[in-house]
Design a protein around this ligand. Structure first.
Ligand SMILES: [Zn+2]
Length: 360
């Protein structure tokens, strides 16, 4: 072997070893977003139970949630930062500040044959899930967002918003559900149907015409649905990326409703537990929990020493600029230590599945 080729080969080998020692690459990533879930919301879970799933994380940090044009982000810009690694303007979904499409983590994952899925308690076309799927100037364009679900080969879609998929497309001459069936998707329209079976085919489970009912008014939990998603997605030997959203924590904040906040946090916490249980067994899965922003300026002002009878007070009906928590477990988790801007978290997630992905 030519001397210089040998030197080059040794150098390349050394750099690969260095890279693999520094960064453990997860096979699977589960991103759980508590919409509006500021630190006080997380505190309710931690104070109420020694078994709170938040206590199980090995890495904790903070995320700075500002958008490109506002100290106080909305969910569209907040989720876009996490899904694409770029800050954008409030109301923009999956596009940059001048409206250009930006690649999201699901698109990166699909390119390298990972499975992708989402589980939310809002409509699947709502701002947060939309940022993982679509590219529109306004989060309010839910019909257009639904159309764009047909352009990406998601493996699991669970949430509300069936009404957008019953719409008749006069150009294609069918509804979105018809088109999904022709693309070999199984369609579930009730949680009972879904939880009774072990899915062996990619599927859409749109369980309500609009959003889900509140967690204490439905007979299925976010945790059960998350389990179903993981059960199917983990069949892919290449790995998967799953996004789970506790969508209605935010709505409790906007409503300044303490009971709703506790109920939705409990529902979301159980979904975190299911994800951590899987990751602890699997050992190749990164679980990352964060929020897009805080809602309501929540404070815990009274309660018993065991965390019961908590009194929750809100100072606003809107979002706030408070930093939010970041909780990570599994390979790559150490990357999320300390204080990160929201879009940096998005970049790190994308580069954990594709280290060669370039950000401008
Ligand atoms: Zn939000």
């Amino acid at each position: 072997m030519n001397f210089w080729i040998l030197v080059l080969a040794l150098f390349l080998e050394a750099s690969v070893v260095l890279f693999s020692q520094n960064t453990q690459k997860p096979k699977n990533i589960i991103i759980l977003i508590g919409d509006g879930m500021g630190i006080s919301y997380v505190s309710t879970s931690i104070l109420q139970s020694p078994d709170s799933p938040f206590r199980r994380f090995t890495t904790t940090g903070f995320s700075v949630t500002c958008s490109a044009d506002n100290l106080i982000t909305d969910s569209a810009a907040g989720a876009t930062a996490l899904s694409t690694g770029y800050r954008t303007k409030n109301h923009y979904v999956g596009v940059d500040t001048i409206g250009n499409t930006i690649t999201n983590i699901f698109e990166v994952a699909e390119k390298i044959n990972l499975s992708t899925g989402l589980v939310v308690t809002s409509t699947v076309t709502h701002a947060t899930p939309a940022a993982f799927v679509s590219h529109v100037i306004s989060r309010n364009e839910e019909t257009k967002i639904a159309n764009q679900f047909l352009d990406i080969d998601l493996d699991v879609v669970i949430g509300g918003g069936a009404k957008y998929f019953f719409q008749y497309d006069s150009i294609k001459g069918c509804t979105h559900f018809d088109e999904l069936k022709s693309k070999q998707y199984t369609i579930f329209q009730s949680a009972d149907e879904l939880t009774a079976c072990i899915p062996d085919n990619k599927f859409y489970a749109l369980l309500e015409l609009e959003s889900f009912k509140k967690a204490n008014e439905r007979n299925y939990s976010l945790a059960e649905l998350t389990y179903k998603a993981i059960q199917f997605l983990s069949k892919n030997e290449n790995g998967f990326v799953l996004m789970v959203e506790g969508s209605q924590i935010d709505w409790a904040g906007h409503n300044n409703n303490p009971e709703e906040a506790l109920v939705e946090m409990n529902d979301f916490s159980q979904a975190i537990s299911v994800s951590l249980d899987f990751a602890e067994n699997n050992e190749e899965t990164l679980v990352l929990v964060t929020a897009d922003h805080e809602t309501g300026g929540l404070a815990l002002t009274e309660g018993k020493i065991d965390g019961s009878e908590l009194s929750l007070k809100f100072v606003t009906k809107h979002h706030t600029a408070e930093v939010v928590g970041v909780f990570a477990f599994g390979p790559g988790s150490e990357q999320f230590n300390g204080i990160n801007d929201n879009y940096i978290i998005g970049r790190k997630l994308i580069q954990l599945i594709n280290p060669y992905f370039n950000f401008s």
